[in-house]
Design a protein around this ligand. Sequence first.
Ligand code: SF4
Ligand code: SF4
Length: 346
Amino acid sequence: MEKAPLGNTDLKVTRLGFGGIPIQTVAGREEALAVVRHAADRGINFFDTARGYTISEEIIGEALEAHRDQYIIATKTPSRDVDGVARDFQTSLSKLRTSYIDLYQFHNVMDEESLTKILAPNGPLEYLQMEQRRGRLRYIGITSHRLETIIKAASTGRFATVQFPFNYIEKAAAEELYPLAHRLGLGVIVMKPLAGGVIRNANASIRWVLSQPISVAIPGMASVTEVDANLAAAAAGAPGPDELADLERDLREIGPTFCRRCGYCMPCPEGIQTNFIASSELFFKRSGWGRLTKAHLQTFDKGLDCQACKTCEGRCPYGLPLSEMVPAISRRMLDHINELGLKPER
Ligand code: SF4
Ligand code: SF4
């Protein structure tokens, strides 16, 4: 499979990588291991996971352990202080069954305050640089859903890679982030190349993303069939007119209510977690309904209190009709939980 340099690093990644979120939802450990091994056997060499993806690190670590040096493993920490990052890093090494990690990323950095903590003298970034000197880490990256934050992070020149959502519905990264990353020699990792699964023609979506100036796209894969389908798309080249028409239709029909998880709509004067609710159906569908907690139920209950003041709508750069969406999604989530008889984990 075609490989590309990951920015100025010495890593050569297959342009189709393996996104480690949906592997959490596969029923049965052996089945999950088989999916990862199939992806590796078929030539994918870049595997992205995170501390926050429950068993994903464990599954990827076990599946790749026998031929560790042939693969590039990226994972992430949600921590923003040295103790937390040190603990997470050690746990990742252990769960991934490896003596080194290729790329350790600060996960979903959403505001300037978090970025400042990460970059502080003797802070988390310097801790990871020490792990680089010890030979336990090769490169440090950052991920976000908020464009202004990741642009700011990229501009510091202190990260080797940036990871941000990019697909036919969410193209904003191409305007400023990608030119900046290319100028600075940063690797560009695309999360959510299928918009979290909402783009209906997955083949067209992968083909379009891979035709853009990116290093690697990491669709989540939860079955051998999905691995094969993504590989076929990656081999097919840029989309033709029919595929582009499908993508245009999704942009028209899905784009107007598609939440990009950027958080600009917050805070809500009623204390409603608008951004979480707006993206929740997709999140739980991808990462597993079993992740619902009692706190989430309260969140959706609270969503029913929306007063339709439209404060959040005025802030959402994508013009989402949140005063309608928030109570409607909250109701659907509560009904869904009820219908499925799902029990919260905690
Ligand atoms: S419209 Fe509803 S969710 Fe949005 S800010 Fe007002 S009360 Fe909160
Ligand atoms: S509702 Fe709009 S502002 Fe809020 S997280 Fe989603 S896309 Fe961003």
